[in-house]
Design a protein around this ligand. Structure first.
Ligand code: ATP
Ligand code: MG
Length: 546
C-alpha cells in the first residue's frame, strides 16, 4: 500500500524489519479517575489502529496504582466508551494486580544496590535535587547497606511508618543532566484504601516506576504516550533494564497530545464541572467526553475519521473545533435521514385543499440506497416564521404575499393573504395549492426558486430541542482561565414541531432537520417527552486555508 506512514509506524516497521520485534503489542492505559475525553480517543485510535494495521495486540490496562482518586464507575464508563468507539482489547488488566510484581522488583533493586530507603521529607528531596544548571546533592541515606534497606523497606510495607516519613529511591545519578534521573522516588508510604486491593498495601509505587514494569510484564513492545513523558524515557529504560525484564524490552514513544480550541481536555476540570452541577453530568451533550459526544450524536466513525485526518505528530498544536465538526458533518451528510422540523411555527391554511394524503418523501439523496418515508399532508400546516416576509428584501425566494414557494416533497403554494392581529403581527397565512404541482409529477409549468420545510398541523409532534455551543467561550484579551471562560449560553432549550415520522425514532437516531441542522434523539428521551440535541449546524465554518 502506498498509504503514508506516521513516525510511530516507521519505528515499528524498523523494529519488525530488524527482527527486534515479531508481534506488535500496544496498550491503552487510562487512569480510572474520570471519563474518557476526545483526547483519549486520539490515543485509542493510535494504539488500536496499530493493533489492526500490524495484526498485533492491544491491552486495556487500568492504571490504578494511585489509591486516592479512583472509582469503579469510571472503570465501567471507560470500558463502554471504548467499545462504543469500535475497539476491542485483547486483555483487560488492572495495574494494581501487579503490586506484588512491583514490590518484588523494588526488592530486586535494593539487593542489587540500585535503590535505598530515605528518611528525607518531600521538601528536603526537592531542595537537594539541584537545578538544570546545578548538580543535585546526594541524600545522607544513600550509603545505607543492602541489609538495612531491605529491613526498612519491609517495615514500610508492614505499616511501621507514617505517610511521608520514608520513601524508596532509585540510586541512579545525582549529577545527571536529566532531573528525573536524580535518584527518583519509586515507592512511598500511603495509608489509603485501594478500590481493588483494599487495605493490603500501605506503600504504593510511583508512576515512573510502575508504568515500565506494567508494560514489560505484559510484553508490550511499543508503549505510546504523550510528549510530557519524553524526559522520563531514560528512567523508563533504566527501570526495565535494572529489573532484568527479558528482551524485547518495551520502547516508549511519545506523540503530541490532542488539543482542540474551546475544548476542555482535562479530566480534573471536567470533573469540577460535574461536581459543581454546571453540566448535566459526565455525559452532558456539551461535554468533550466520549459519552458526552455520544449523547451529542457524534458518530464514532466520525471521531475515528477525525483522528485519522489530523494525523500523529511530534509537535504540540491546537486543532480547530470546527474541523472536528466538519468531520461529523461529512459523516452525517451521508448517513442521516432528512426530516422536517419547524422551530417558530406560523400557521398556513390551504384554502383550496380539503383532503389528506400521505406523501412519499425521499429520506436522503446522498445515501447509497434511496429510501422514502410517509409524510402526512392536509389543509393546515406550519411553516417557519422566518420563511415568510411581509416586506421581502430583494431576491427573496421564500414565501411572500402573492408569491410562490415549494413545500418540500409536496406542492407549490401561492400566498393569497396574510392575517394579522391587532398589533400587526402575522398570525396566519391563507394560501392555495397550485394544481398539478406535486413533487415528482409537477406539470404546472410554474418555476419556483425556494423550497421550504413544513409540518402537518394535526399530526406533527411537539418536542424539546437543546441548542448547543462550546462549553468555553473564545479566548479574549489573553484570558485563558476555564472558570472565566465558562459559556453560560452553551445550552438553550427551545420547543419545536417535528413531522410525525419521528414518533418512531429510537434513542440516539440522528437526523438532518432540513435547512436547520443535525439533531439526535437524546439517549434518555422518552416517547411522551421527546428531546433532541443539536449535533452540528448545517453550515461548515471550518476554514481549511487558515
Ligand atoms: P487528563 O490530564 O485529562 O487526566 P491523562 O493523560 O492523565 O489525562 P490518562 O488516563 O492517564 O489521562 O490517559 C490515558 C492515555 O490517554 C494516556 O496514554 C495518555 O497519554 C492519553 N491521553 C490523555 N489525554 C490525551 C490527549 N489530549 N491527546 C492524546 N492522548 C491523550
Ligand atoms: Mg493521568
Amino acid at each position: 500500500m502506498s498509504e503514508s506512514k506516521n513516525f510511530i509506524e516507521e519505528i515499528i516497521d524498523g523494529d519488525l524489519a530488524s527482527g527486534k520485534v515479531s508481534t506488535v503489542y500496544t496498550r491503552f492505559p487510562p487512569e480510572p479517575n474520570g471519563y474518557l475525553h476526545i483526547g483519549h480517543a486520539k490515543s485509542l485510535c493510535i494504539n488500536f489502529g496499530i493493533k489492526s494495521k500490524y495484526n498485533g495486540k492491544c491491552n486495556l490496562r487500568f492504571d490504578d496504582t494511585n489509591p486516592s482518586k479512583e472509582d469503579t464507575e469510571y472503570v465501567e464508563s471507560i470500558k463502554s466508551d471504548i467499545a462504543w468507539l469500535g475497539f476491542s482489547w485483547d486483555k483487560l488488566l488492572f495495574a494494581s494486580d501487579y503490586f506484588d510484581v512491583m514490590f518484588d522488583c523494588a526488592v530486586k533493586l535494593i539487593k542489587k544496590g540500585m535503590a535505598y530507603v530515605s528518611d528525607e521529607s518531600a521538601e528536603e528531596i526537592k531542595q537537594r535535587r539541584g537545578t538544570l544548571y546545578e548538580a543535585g546533592t546526594e541524600s545522607p541515606y544513600r550509603g545505607r547497606s543492602v541489609e538495612e534497606n531491605l529491613r526498612l523497606f519491609y517495615e514500610m510495607r508492614d505499616g511501621v511508618y507514617s505517610d511521608g516519613s520514608k520513601v524508596l529511591r532509585a540510586k541512579i545519578d545525582m549529577a545527571s543532566p536529566n532531573l528525573n534521573m536524580r535518584d527518583p522516588v519509586i515507592y512511598r508510604v500511603l495509608h489509603a484504601t485501594h478500590h481493588n486491593t483494599g487495605d493490603k498495601w500501605c506503600i504504593y509505587p510511583m508512576y515512573d516506576f510502575a508504568h515500565p514494569i506494567e508494560d514489560a510484564y505484559e510484553g508490550i513492545t511499543h508503549s505510546i504516550c504523550t510528549l510530557e513523558f519524553e524526559d522520563h524515557r531514560p528512567l523508563y529504560d533504566w527501570v526495565v533494564r535494572a529489573c532484568d525484564f527479558p528482551e524485547p524490552l518495551p520502547q516508549q514513544i511519545e506523540f503530541a497530545r490532542l488539543n482542540i480550541t474551546n475544548t476542555i481536555m482535562s479530566k480534573r476540570y471536567l470533573k469540577k464541572l460535574v461536581d459543581e452541577g454546571k453540566v448535566l453530568g459526565w455525559d452532558d451533550p456539551r461535554m468533550p467526553t466520549l459519552s458526552g459526544l455520544r449523547r451529542r450524536g457524534y458518530p464514532p466513525e466520525a471521531l475515528r475519521d477525525f483522528c485519522e485526518r489530523i494525523g500523529v505528530s511530534k509537535a504540540n498544536s491546537e486543532v480547530q473545533e470546527s474541523y472536528l465538526q466538519s468531520c461529523v458533518r461529512d459523516n452525517l451528510n451521508r448517513t442521516a435521514n432528512r426530516v422536517m422540523a419547524v422551530f417558530d411555527p406560523l400557521k398556513v391554511v390551504l384554502t383550496n385543499y380539503d383532503g389528506r394524503e400521505e406523501l412519499q418523501v425521499e429520506n436522503n439523496g446522498n445515501a447509497e440506497e434511496i429510501t422514502y418515508r410517509s409524510v402526512p399532508f392536509s389543509k393546515e400546516l406550519f411553516i417557519d416564521r422566518s420563511d415568510f416576509a411581509l416586506v421581502p428584501p430583494p431576491k427573496y425566494y421564500r414565501l411572500k404575499l402573492d408569491g410562490y414557494v415549494r413545500l418540500k416533497g409536496a406542492y407549490i403554494i401561492h400566498c393569497d393573504e396574510a392575517v394579522t392581529d391587532d398589533d400587526g403581527n402575522v398570525v396566519q397565512l391563507n394560501c392555495s395549492v397550485v394544481p398539478n404541482s406535486k413533487s415528482g409529477e409537477d406539470t404546472s409549468g410554474i418555476k419556483v426558486k425556494g423550497v421550504i420545510q413544513w409540518v402537518d398541523a394535526e399530526t406533527c409532534i411537539d418536542v424539546t430541542v437543546r441548542k448547543l455551543q462550546s462549553l468555553l467561550t473564545d479566548v479574549v484579551d489573553g484570558v485563558t482561565d476555564f472558570n472565566e471562560r465558562f459559556n453560560e449560553q452553551s445550552m438553550q432549550i427551545v420547543p419545536a414541531k417535528v413531522e410525525q415520522s419521528l414518533s418512531t425514532a429510537q434513542a440516539e437516531d440522528r437526523f438532518q432537520f432540513m435547512r436547520v441542522g443535525y439533531y439526535v434523539l437524546d439517549r434518555y428521551s422518552t416517547p411522551d417527552k421527546p428531546i433532541f440535541n443539536e449535533i452540528v449546524s448545517l453550515k461548515d465554518s471550518f476554514n481549511g486555508a487558515k
